[in-house]
Ligand binder design. Structure first.
Ligand code: NAP
Length: 460
């Protein structure tokens, strides 16, 4: 069964779902296209009523939504509650600000007058990952629905209950049929959706292989796409960093969501004088994490999302070690039911080791020691990814200078890579292109149309 909800903390199969037939998919596409014809004509205020209502429902149903997420992909319950609240905030943010972001912009040509208008383009197809099952959906639903587009989403195969719950919010919020459609479909069906002329744009958040496949398909169809892909963010610790501040952020940055975050701190790059102290304190903080049921508030280490995810990570660590990396701690499956992995630190990962370029999607930290700031920046930039990154220093001006020299889509000084509704999120290189969130996130799938009005004589 392609869409299966399996509790990763004990392996119980919770529910399975059939994929849509091609005929059912066609019906849903037709309904979405019909919906767009009317939705595009609604005012921002009218759209905002529906989107804000969906946000309010998320808050009302927060406990049930969070529980479904925890059961389905293992996120610790406190993090799950936080994600539901944040998702509602994103919807509200666009309900409040879309009209301002998309207001006509006056231009200043040498002759006459002109402006840019922003108009919706049609049905947008989103493909989303399991690691933030509601937040990823809110990141596309908030902006694109408020812009006047309508949305069809293929969610990850392991979180069907979250996918269905999110769709239900829109129905309950009074959305017209077809405004937000969840699609339980195969990869092949996803290709046919991208090919369909009623689909006008494609947004993916996922892995690099998925990005290559889906961006190529969208490109072949000359459709705009946005790609939010993987990352291997550097966490740079300069010699003047305050370790009392830095180490808790290092733990949080690596271990939040059991390490399964695109913009998690994955490569810890520490300048020599602090390297030993950092490694010792970071390791000590990771050792006290307590594996347990993610529904239990006392648990500080949840499971990975699925058995295949755990096996892949164990294999990656094994290969890194066989190619010369040193295992400072962890590296094994935890001896209990469920998909738990020990917090793990690798050192001595040389550029010749395939792990050097890998994304470790779980509780595995690579720690590097470098001689100075320049070496830290050079190492940070020696990556195929370019999503986010952070730098820790007591000197904010120095932190900003370092941030400017790191080649990523986002940099954070004395803080980890993180997102807020009002700040653009996205990367460069293999981390993808386009931005979600903030003002930029709503501009991805709108027609920026020039209108010029001049009162000059026609050429003779
Ligand atoms: P994934 O395997 O690429 O899956 C993501 C989504 O893409 C799922 O819905 C998956 O469906 C679908 N998919 C994959 N290949 C496809 C294809 N050829 N055609 C159609 N759909 C396809 O990634 P994941 O393992 O779930 O998520 C982790 C990755 O996402 C990591 O690399 C992480 O860094 C990245 N990520 C990036 C961001 C960001 O904002 N930059 C945020 C979160 C996660 P199935 O489940 O049915 O295969």
């Amino acid at each position: 069964m392609a869409y299966s909800s399996i509790n990763p903390s004990d392996g119980t199969i919770l529910k399975t779902f059939e994929e849509l037939t091609d005929r059912e998919l066609e019906t849903k596409l037709a309904v979405a296209a019909t919906c767009f014809a009317a939705w595009r004509l609604k005012t921002y205020a009218e759209r905002g009523v529906i989107v804000a209502r969906a946000a309010a429902l998320m808050r009302e149903q927060a406990e049930a939504l969070a529980r479904t997420m925890t059961l389905e992909m293992g996120k610790r319950i406190s993090e799950a509650r936080g994600e539901v609240g944040f998702s509602a905030d994103i919807l509200d943010y666009y309900a409040r600000n879309a009209e301002r972001f998309l207001a006509p912009q006056k231009l200043h040509p040498a002759i006459g007058e002109a402006h840019m208008e922003s108009s919706p383009i049609g049905v947008i197809f989103g493909v989303e990952p399991w690691n933030f099952p509601y937040y990823q959906l809110a990141r596309v639903a908030g902006p694109h629905l408020m812009a006047g587009n309508v949305l069809m989403v293929k969610h990850a195969a392991c979180v069907p209950q979250c996918a269905i719950a999110f769709e239900a919010l829109w129905t309950e919020a009074g959305a017209p049929p077809g405004l937000y459609t969840n699609l339980l479909i195969s990869h092949e069906q996803s290709d046919t959706v991208i090919d369909d002329p009623r689909i006008k744009g494609v947004a993916l958040t996922g892995s690099v292989p998925a990005g290559r496949s889906i961006a190529a398909r969208a490109g072949r169809n000359l459709k705009p796409s946005s790609m939010e892909l993987g990352g291997s963010d550097a966490f740079i610790v300069l010699e003047d960093a305050d370790l009392d501040h830095t180490v808790p952020w290092a733990v949080w940055g690596r271990m939040y969501n059991a390490g399964q975050t695109c913009c998690a701190a994955k490569r810890f790059i520490v300048v020599e004088p602090l390297a030993d102290a950092f490694l010792e304190r970071f390791g000590a903080a990771l050792r006290v994490l307590k594996a347990g049921d993610p529904l239990d508030e006392a648990t500080t280490l949840g499971p990975l999302s699925s058995e295949p995810a755990l096996l892949q990570l164990l294999d990656q660590v094994g290969r890194a070690v066989s190619e010369g990396a040193r295992l400072v701690m962890g590296g094994r499956r935890i001896d209990r039911p469920g998909c738990y992995m020990e917090p793990t630190i690798l050192t001595g990962v040389e550029p010749t080791n395939p792990a050097f370029r890998d994304e470790f999607f779980g509780p595995v930290a690579m720690v590097f020691r470098v001689k100075d700031e320049d070496a830290a920046i050079a190492l940070a930039n020696d990556s195929d990814f370019g999503l986010g990154g952070s730098v820790f220093t007591r000197d904010i001006a120095r932190g900003k200078r370092v941030a400017s020299r790191v080649e990523t889509g986002m940099m954070f000084v004395n803080n980890i890579s993180w997102s807020d509704a009002e700040l653009p999120f996205g990367g460069i290189k293999d981390s993808g292109f386009g931005r979600e969130l903030g003002d930029m996130g709503i501009q991805e799938f709108v027609n920026k149309k020039l209108v010029r009005y001049t009162d000059v004589s026609a050429p003779a």
